[in-house]
Every structure is written in C-alpha cells, then in structure tokens.
Design a protein around this ligand. Sequence first.
Ligand SMILES: O=C(O)CCC(=O)C(=O)O
Ligand SMILES: [Fe+2]
Length: 567
Amino acid sequence: MDDHPHYPSDKEEDENVASSPTQCDGPNPDLIRSDEESAVETDYGSNPRSQDEVLSNPGYDDETPSISSEENKSNEESDDDFPQIRKNQELSEDDQAETLEILFDLRETLTTSKKDFVFACGGSIPTTTPVTLRWDPQNDSKLASQCKLSFPDTTNQEDNIAALVNDMLPASFGHGGETVYDETYRKALQLDPSKFSTNFCPYTTGIIKEVTHALAQSFRAEASSVRAELYKLNIYQGPSGHFRSHVDTPRSPTHFGSLVVCLPLPHSGGALELEHNDKTIIFDWSNSGEQKADEQDEQDEQAEQEKGEEADEQDEQDEAEEQGENEEEDGQEVPSIQWAAFYSDCTHQVHPVTSGHRLTLTYNLYAVPHDPLSKPLTLDLPLLRQMKSILSNPHFLPKGGYLGLFTTHAYPHTSASFSIKTYLKGLDKVFWHGFQSLGCGVCLRPVVDNHEPDYFGNPRRSKPNLGNYFKICQIDQFHREYDLGFKEVHWLNEGGKEREAQYCYPSTYGNEAAASLEYSWCAIIVGIPGYDEELGGRMRLEKTFEEREKNWDDRDCEVRLLSEVWE
Ligand SMILES: O=C(O)CCC(=O)C(=O)O
Ligand SMILES: [Fe+2]
C-alpha cells in the first residue's frame, strides 16, 4: 500500500479550489460510440470469504435528502454541494420531492447491493490426475529427469526443486513505466512460458468455467467467455519471498483479471491478500508451516470443546465425507492444487513465505466478447426491478436528466482503444447494462482529476472532472482537455477511493511494465429520457437532450417509448 500515492482528501483541498479549467468540445469519443456490441456481464454471487461491507458511505452530510438551495445555485460549477442530489429548477415541487425520494432510494440500493459483487474467487483441485512441470535447464548437461516435477509423485522432489530454483531468474515488476528488480518490493523467482511447459490446464480442470461464472458472467444468453494466457512460473521461497501491494499491469483493454495456480509444494506463509473497496479476501495456501499447523490444532481443539458432548453426528459424518474427497483409497491424502482469480485492478500482495517453496503458475485473463445477436436475459435483481419502476414513474425527472455513478473498478485502456463494455465488472456492469437494456442512454467518461498544482503553480479543482475521451498522456496535458459536458448529474455515490485514484493509476504495477496502457477510474452517466404524459411513457433520448450531450452507447437509443423495449 505504501507504494500508492497519497491524494489529499477533499477537506485538505476544498480551501484551495482553483478556477474552472477550460472547457473543450473535444472529438466525440469513439470509445463511447463504438459499434461493438456490449457484452453484458454480471457477477452477483457472494463470495463466502468476503469480509465487511463494500460501498463506502456516499458521504452525504445529513440523512435527509437535501436540495441545493437557490443561493447555492450555479451548482454545476460549485464544488461545495458535490455530490449532493441536485435541484432541478424547472420541476414542480411535487415532482422534485418524488424525484429526490427515488434518487435516495436508488442510492441506498446501490450501497447495499454493492456487497453482493465479488472481485475474487478461488478453489482447490485434488491432483488425482497427475500434473507434470518441465523446464529448460540453464546447464545443458542436466538430464530431462532432473528438470521435471510431478504431482502428487514426490520422487527426487527436493533435488529437482533445488535445480528449478537454480534455473529461474529474479522476478521483476513494473514501476513508473519501467521494469525493475527490487527485493524489498518483490522477492521471487520467475520463468517465462517459453522456458517451461506443463500439462496443467485451467480449462479442463473447470477453473475457467468457475471464473467465467464468478467474474465474467453475462447478462445475455450467450455468456462472454474468458481466455486464459499462461504468463509466468513463479517461486516465492522461504524465509522471505514476497510481493508487496500492487495492482497487476494491464496487458490490453480486454485484460480484466489474473489467475494464480499454486502447485502443491510444502511451504508456510505466503498468503495472497486481496483488497477492494475496504473489503479483504485472503487465500492462504500454506500447507506445511508449523505455525499454521499449531494454529489449526488450537482451532480444532476449541471447536471440539464448543461442540461439547452433544456433537451433532451429522456434522461429523459430513466432515468425514469432505475429507474423503481428497483421499485416495489407501487413506492417503492427495495434495491439492489451489487457485485464485481476481480482477487485476484490485490491490493485492503476497505475504512473506517463511519456509519452503510457494510454486505458482500465473495467467492473464482476457474477456472474449459475446455473440452480438444474443438476447438479453431477464434478471430478477432487486436493483433492476427498481430501475424499471423508477422509469415508469412520471414524477421522476419528468423532463429527463442525468444519473452518475463513479465506477467501483478501474479499467485499462490505450489512447486508441477501450472496450470497457465487453467486461464491465461487478456493480458497474449491472448499472450500465440495466439502464441500457431499459432504453436509457449510457456512456462512460474517464474521471480526470489532479491534485498537483498546475503549470502555473495554482492548485487544481478538488472535485473530479469528467474527461471527454480516453487518452494516455500526462495528467497535466489531459487536464486542459476535459469537458464537463453533462451539467446536472445526480451523483449516486461519492466514489470514495475511486475518486482519488484518477486517470493515471499508481505507477507501481505487478510484473513488467506495459507500454501505453493505463487504468482509469470512470463515471457511468445515464441519460434518463423525459416523460411524456400524453404518450404515457418516456421519450426518445434526442428529444430530451441537447445535441452535444447525445454521445450515448449505440444500443436502444432510438426507441420512441422506453416501455417498448421492456416486453
Ligand atoms: O502469487 C500470487 O498469489 C500473486 C502473484 C502476483 O500478484 C503477480 O504475479 O502479479
Ligand atoms: Fe499481482
């Protein structure tokens, strides 16, 4: 975590609000108008190992919906009321009251449903089918049998591990656009896939199916699929192998996740800890550490005591059956391969390995777009039901308006290519595809902010600005090109951390640096069409919004009445 830059809080900055930056009618972002169909994915299962609530408190000052006061007008430009729900001056009092109530309800649903979205999943696979790993020796005189590890077979294991360690190279990581070696940051060994091979397959073992379900499930009938590309073989060895907090280097705009597969070698320590939006998930695969064994014994003893004499027979039976799954017929336990997959923009670290060898295969996970002709699925999510009911209400933003959500994940892009719609994550994708499938306009803007003084030494605006298009450049350069565009956005979350990590994500990435790719935090803007009393429904988007604010994603924007797309 130390490696992530500290951004001053709003309070630190509020006193120093700078003048409004120049507006710019930049080119219409092809990123937003891309013809590519959106792959609609959702992950709304809950991860059993997740802890705590996720969504940061939206941070409103008081509980009651507060409308920006008249005096506080010019609220489009004012930082003070951000991100309060804005007053729409043209609405009747009744419509205004109802709109506010609906917005607050929606914000609450978003807050509570955020905890249902997973950012990591994992599991274990018994090595009932033997797994073999072979590698190129640095020294040609070695025999093939000395450059091979097999699981669960342990013949020559110790000698061959020593040989493997010898044949590997120190592992690098990306920092500030460069590939560096620094053992205080990452102490590990690595081998490129060109130097080793294995018969382990994340597809046949069912891992990719599970990852697709948990992290890339589609909103549509044809699920978008996941392509796993073998990236490295790594060893973190005792007593101090580790990898401090980082996010993984984005490899392409469709690169959404990382998969780590841990082969069954004895080691202790080395837990993988993932963190996202104040939620922590730990995958601890140590299997031979004395400390862990002791701790486990203690826990078992305690659990036994708690169970007392009236221990439930069924429980014991279940436990026995569970153990049996990993046992061979002779009662010997079969070592298991452990794995974890996660969105690669989530901060993670490998804690120090205190003894033994933590041997892993790592894969980059890419989203493969779904069949564009597939039909949307009807999902029975409370959030979607609420979206639909909001749009049916004639008192909710009767003249149309904008809703804004700061994305809960960061997304990689190049200057020329951005395919966020193929792999939106978690709540972001439900929000996007939910409103889009109900006929609203949706578009995505990079959140551009800069807490550094500008060229002339003046402090920047303290509030996030929406960029008009995705581009890789110096923040300073980009900052002058942003375009506020949407004036009266009703923000549904404050964004918390998302607002701080801006256009350029922390410069420390995992692995090697990748050229011309950056993560960006974004905002999803939803255009809610106006309600036509006579027609009894919501109007076309172009009847509601100005020309320059029509940069919606391509689907479903031409309908006359939104209800027509609901059937
Ligand atoms: O080995 C692990 O669990 C994670 C490694 C990692 O974060 C990486 O290679 O980027
Ligand atoms: Fe990583």
